[in-house]
Design a protein around this ligand. Structure first.
Ligand SMILES: NC(=O)c1ccc[n+]([C@@H]2O[C@H](COP(=O)([O-])OP(=O)(O)OC[C@H]3O[C@@H](n4cnc5c(N)ncnc54)[C@H](O)[C@@H]3O)[C@@H](O)[C@H]2O)c1
Ligand SMILES: [Zn+2]
Ligand SMILES: [Zn+2]
Length: 366
C-alpha cells in the first residue's frame, strides 16, 4: 500500500470553477515530510467554503486549486514523526478544513488546544500556503497529503459518508454549541438550514437543549427541520412579526448564514438578556449594521467561531457515534463534482452532498 508520485483531482483554474468548470487533472502534491500522511480519499463532502473559494469570493484564490475539506479515506503512507507514526496503514481517518498550524510551544493557541485560531501558521486544507511555499490541495481528489496532526481516526460506528461532512460542517457548529453552554436548560436557535445549519439542529437536540429553533427564510424546509428535531420553525421572510412574536426566547443563536443580506437586528431581538449570537457563516460582504442598543439593552454579545481543534473533532465524532447522529446527506460519484458544486450553489442539497470515489482509473479517463 502506497501512494503515487502524482495525484489527480478536480482542479479549478479560475473563478468559473464555481459554475461547474472543474477539470480532472494530475497535480504534484507538496513534498512528503516526516510529519505527513497520505490518504486514499474515499469520501469528500461539498462545503459552502468550497464555493466561496472556487469563485475567489473572499479574495483571490490561488489557482489551480483542488477544493474539498470534508475528507475521509484510508492511510496509505506514513511519515516517521511521532504524530504520523501513531497511524497504521489502512486506518480510516478524516481531515477537516485545517491542514497545519505552527504547533510551537510558545504559541498561545497551539499549546492551548486552539490550533484552529493559530495566528502564525494556519494552513487551510486547500488554497493554503505551507511554510515551504507549497500550496495545499484538498479532497476532490484520489489522494491527499496532510500533516498527520490534523488527521483524526474515525470511530468504527460511523459510516464514512456520514463522518465526512462532520469534519467541517459538523464541527463548525458543534464547537460553538459546546463552548457556549448548549445543553439542558438552554434554548438555542440555528439560523440558515444548509449543511452547517442542519448539523446545528441535530447536535443541539442531541446535546439536550430545552428548545431548538430553526430559523430560515422560507417555510419550505419546515417539515425537514421538524424531522431533524427542531421544536419551532421561524421563516423570516414569511412569518409576520416573527422577531416580536419570539422576542427574548433564546439563550444562544448560531448563525450559519452565508449571504450578507440577513435581518441581524431581528435575530438579536430573539435573544434573552445576556444572550449570545455566534456567527459561523462567512458571507463575502460585511454583516449588516445594527443599532448599538440592539446589544446594550439586553447585554447581548456577538461572537464568531472557526471550525474546531483536532481534539474537539475527536470529541464530536465520539459524541456522534454515541448519540447515533445521522446527517442528511446525498452521496454522488466523485465524477459528478461539477454537477454537485452547481447544485450546491443553487441550494439544492438536502443537506450535504458527499462525493464518493469509485474506481480512480475511470476518472483518469474523463
Ligand atoms: N466558521 C467556519 O469555520 C466555517 C466553516 C465551514 C463553513 N463556513 C461558512 O458557513 C457558511 C455556510 O456553509 P454551508 O456549507 O452550510 O453552506 P450551505 O449553502 O449548505 O448553507 C447555507 C444556508 O444558509 C442559507 N442562507 C443564505 N443566506 C441566508 C440568509 N440571508 N438568511 C437565512 N438563510 C440564509 C442558505 O439558504 C443555506 O441553506 C458558508 O459561508 C461557509 O463558508 C464557515
Ligand atoms: Zn500556533
Ligand atoms: Zn467547510
Amino acid at each position: 500500500m502506497t501512494s503515487p508520485e502524482t495525484f489527480h483531482g478536480w482542479l479549478g483554474h479560475d473563478s468559473s470553477a464555481a459554475q461547474g468548470n472543474l477539470k480532472w487533472a494530475a497535480f504534484t502534491p507538496k513534498p512528503f515530510a516526516a510529519t505527513d500522511i497520505d490518504i486514499k480519499v474515499s469520501h469528500c463532502g461539498i462545503c459552502g467554503t468550497d464555493i466561496h473559494t472556487l469563485r475567489s469570493g473572499w479574495g483571490p484564490t490561488h489557482y489551480p486549486v483542488c477544493v474539498g475539506h470534508e475528507i475521509v479515506g484510508h492511510v496509505v503512507r506514513i511519515g516517521s514523526s511521532p504524530s504520523a507514526s501513531r497511524f497504521r496503514l489502512g486506518d480510516r481517518v478524516g481531515v477537516g478544513a485545517q491542514a497545519a498550524s505552527c504547533l510551537k510551544d510558545d504559541c498561545e493557541e497551539c499549546s492551548g488546544g486552539l490550533e484552529q485560531h493559530c495566528g502564525k501558521g494556519f494552513v487551510g486544507t486547500y488554497n493554503g500556503k505551507y511554510p515551504d511555499g507549497n500550496w495545499s490541495m484538498g479532497g476532490y481528489a484520489d489522494y491527499v497529503r496532510v500533516p498527520a496532526h490534523f488527521a483524526i481516526k474515525i470511530p468504527s460506528a460511523l459510516k464514512s459518508e456520514d463522518a465526512a461532512p462532520m469534519m467541517c460542517g459538523g464541527i463548525t457548529v458543534f464547537s460553538p454549541l459546546k463552548n457556549n453552554g448548549a445543553g439542558p436548560g438552554k434554548r438555542v436557535g440555528i439560523v440558515g438550514l444548509g449543511g452547517l445549519g442542519h448539523f446545528g439542529v441535530l447536535f443541539a437536540k442531541a446535546l439536550g437543549c430545552d428548545k431548538v429553533v430553526a430559523i430560515s427564510r422560507s417555510r419550505n424546509k419546515a417539515k425537514d427541520a421538524e424531522a431533524m428535531g427542531a421544536d419551532i420553525y421561524i421563516a423570516t421572510s414569511e412569518d409576520e412579526k416573527w422577531d416580536r412574536k419570539h422576542s427574548r426566547s433564546l439563550d444562544l443563536i448560531i448563525s450559519t448564514v452565508s449571504s450578507p443580506d440577513m435581518p441581524l437586528s431581528g435575530y438579536l431581538r430573539l435573544l434573552r438578556t445576556n444572550g449570545q449570537f455566534i456567527q459561523v457563516g462567512a458571507p463575502e460582504d460585511n454583516l449588516p449594521a445594527i443599532a448599538a442598543f440592539a446589544l446594550i439593552a439586553k447585554g447581548c454579545k456577538i461572537g464568531g467561531s472557526q471550525i474546531g481543534s483536532p481534539k474537539e473533532i475527536e470529541a464530536m465524532l465520539e459524541f456522534a457515534a454515541e448519540k447515533k447522529i445521522k446527517p442528511w446527506i446525498q452521496t454522488r460519484p466523485m465524477k459528478e463534482a461539477n454537477k454537485g458544486v452547481v447544485e450546491m450553489e443553487d441550494g439544492k442539497a438536502r443537506y450535504r452532498y458527499v462525493l464518493v470515489n469509485e474506481e480512480q482509473e475511470d476518472q483518469a479517463k474523463l
